[in-house]
Each structure stands twice: as structure tokens, then as C-alpha cells.
Design a protein around this ligand. Structure first.
Ligand code: SF4
Length: 154
């Protein structure tokens, strides 16, 4: 799978807060399919990218040139989600010490995320969310992923 770092982190934090993510979204995107794959195998390889990814497949907002047409309307001045996402992921690549095109596993990426939690929490808390939700979600997702791997006997 090819995934934006912040898209994986969004999944971790929502899973950790026990959101019911493995459901189709009104946008039609493929987040629920990616969640199922992560839950099925946290050891699977992923490629970290700084562009629209496998989650964006089938989204009503994906353009033919692989840009996103959506806006973050919760801000006073709505901003392009493409711009917001690109800036966020560029910052995450630096803070996490990773590079676009880097291969890792879901489990390893979660470990990198947890090691950098205090630094990244303000960045991966989107407008309208709160940092406690992010911290709680990432912490509990960590316990969940490790438990899943242990259950598989690896
Ligand atoms: S980033 Fe844009 S294209 Fe991708 S899933 Fe979100 S709204 Fe859809």
C-alpha cells in the first residue's frame, strides 16, 4: 500500500479512540478498506508517500491529476485540503526522520509515531479536534497493534 503518513496516523488515532472506521464513508474513499488491511496484518509493508494515496481511491474529491478538490471548511478561512495535507506530510517526514518512497511496515511506522508523540501531536490534531483525543488514540492504537501482532504469534 502507498500511504500518506498523516493518513496512517489518522487511522491509528481513530482506532485507538474506538471509532467505527471500517465502514464506507459518504465520500466513497477507500479508508475502510485500508483499515481492514491494517487490522488483518499490521506487519504488512507500506510505502510512505507525499501525494494522494490508496485511501483516496474512489473518493468523490480526487481529480484525474491525483489532486484533491476538497477544502477544510472548519477553518475561518477555508483552505485547500491538498495544500493542507501536503504541508502536514512534509512536516511529518522531517519530524519522523523518514523520506517519501521509504518502505516500512504498519507496526514499524506506529513505533516511529509513538517515539515522536509529544513532537507531532499538535501537528496531527486537525482543526476542530483536540490534542487529548490524538494522544489517547495513538497510545491505545499502540497497545492494539502490538496485541494483534502477538496474537498472530510473531
Ligand atoms: S485527501 Fe481528498 S481525495 Fe483523499 S480521501 Fe481525503 S478528501 Fe478524498
Amino acid at each position: 500500500m502507498k500511504l500518506r503518513p498523516h493518513h496512517i496516523i489518522d487511522i491509528f488515532k481513530h482506532l485507538g479512540n474506538e471509532q467505527n472506521l471500517p465502514q464506507p464513508h459518504p465520500y466513497g474513499h477507500s479508508q475502510y478498506l485500508v483499515v481492514q488491511m491494517i487490522l488483518n496484518d499490521p506487519q504488512q509493508e507500506i510505502e510512505l508517500i507525499c501525494e494522494n494515496d490508496d485511501i483516496c481511491k474512489n473518493c468523490i474529491h480526487i481529480n484525474t491529476d491525483n489532486t484533491c478538490s476538497d477544502v477544510l471548511s472548519q477553518l475561518e478561512q477555508p483552505v485547500s485540503k491538498q495544500e493542507y495535507n501536503d504541508n502536514l506530510d512534509k512536516a511529518l517526514f522531517k519530524m519522523l526522520g523518514i523520506k517519501p518512497g521509504q518502505m516500512t511496515t504498519v507496526k514499524e511506522f506506529l513505533q516511529i509515531t509513538l517515539e515522536n508523540m509529544p513532537k507531532i501531536v499538535p501537528y496531527v490534531t486537525h482543526p476542530g479536534q483536540n490534542e487529548k483525543y490524538t494522544e489517547n488514540g495513538l497510545f491505545k492504537a499502540g497497545k492494539f497493534i502490538h496485541k494483534s501482532v502477538k496474537t498472530k504469534g510473531t
